[in-house]
Ligand binder design. Structure first.
Ligand code: GLP
Length: 248
């Protein structure tokens, strides 16, 4: 595992954007696994700028997203589809048919999960998976659990996640209580993983995820077993790792 230290959110965003760019430039036909949340927003902004300047071409890129809320339509302002459209897809020359997120309105959720997983496999798997880190160590919407769930599945959101993400809704009751998420197997089969993390409030969970036991109660800890993980984090997020002597 490589840990890249960055000064602050902006520096983290630019560094992560450089890694995604390298993938796009070196392997034009890549499948990118994408994440939502505040963490990757700055990176998407940077990628959109480089695309606008003509330095990056997304025309051959396929994307698959980690997750989507159950019960929100694509155009709901808090759906992850809308997030991706507003923050990235509408600003770059990607073919919208080459982007994919779980359908939060699917009548048969089980079938939607199977189809989503099958689609990822049909694309040949994810080449570079971007991840943020939840406050409880979740990745995608893989919540702390007694087991690591393997494939795309329905998740009941934990209290920690409901509290953290309710900031985007008028009140917590408006927030969906379940979601569809790629599983840990889906994520771990990605050829490369880019974990982004920013801010002091993530420092403890980042430390536990990267240097603690591999424990399904800290879902991101399974990343310690992946052969090609790059962590791009700012100094605030790395502060506990540094205090514990794992970083110069
Ligand atoms: C959400 C998403 C995750 C994301 C996490 C952290 O729950 N499902 O994919 O990584 O929150 O979000 P943020 O980057 O806003 O802290």
């Amino acid at each position: 595992m490589k840990i890249l230290k960055t000064k602050d959110y902006l520096d983290m965003s630019r560094t992560a954007a450089n890694i995604v760019s390298a993938q796009v430039i070196l392997h034009g036909k890549s499948v990118l696994g994408l994440a939502t949340g505040d963490t990757p927003k700055g990176m998407y902004k940077q990628l959109a700028e480089w695309n606008k300047r003509g330095d990056l071409d997304f025309s051959q890129i396929n994307t698959v997203n980690l997750d989507e809320y159950i019960g929100l339509s694509r155009d709901h302002e808090q759906s992850y589809y809308r997030f991706m459209y507003d923050n990235l897809f509408s600003h770059i020359n990607i073919q919208i048919n080459n982007t994919s997120l779980p359908n939060g309105l699917a009548e048969d959720v089980e079938k939607e999960c199977q189809n989503y997983e099958a689609n990822i496999n049909k694309l040949g798997g994810v080449d570079l998976q971007v991840l943020g880190l939840g406050h409880n160590g979740h990745i995608g919407f893989n919540e702390p659990d007694t087991v690591f769930k393997k494939n795309t599945h329905k998740v009941e959101l934990s209290e920690s996640t409901l509290n953290a993400n309710s900031r985007f809704f008028n009140n917590i009751n408006e927030m969906p209580k379940s979601a569809i998420s790629m599983g840990m197997g889906t994520i771990m089969r990605a050829k490369k993983i880019l974990l982004m993390c920013s801010g002091k409030e993530k420092a403890e969970i980042l430390y536990k995820s990267l240097f603690g036991d591999i424990d399904p109660m800290i879902p991101a800890s399974i990343l310690q077993l992946h052969m090609d993980v790059t962590v791009v984090a700012d100094m605030d997020a790395l502060s506990v790792i540094k205090e514990n002597g794992f970083l110069n």
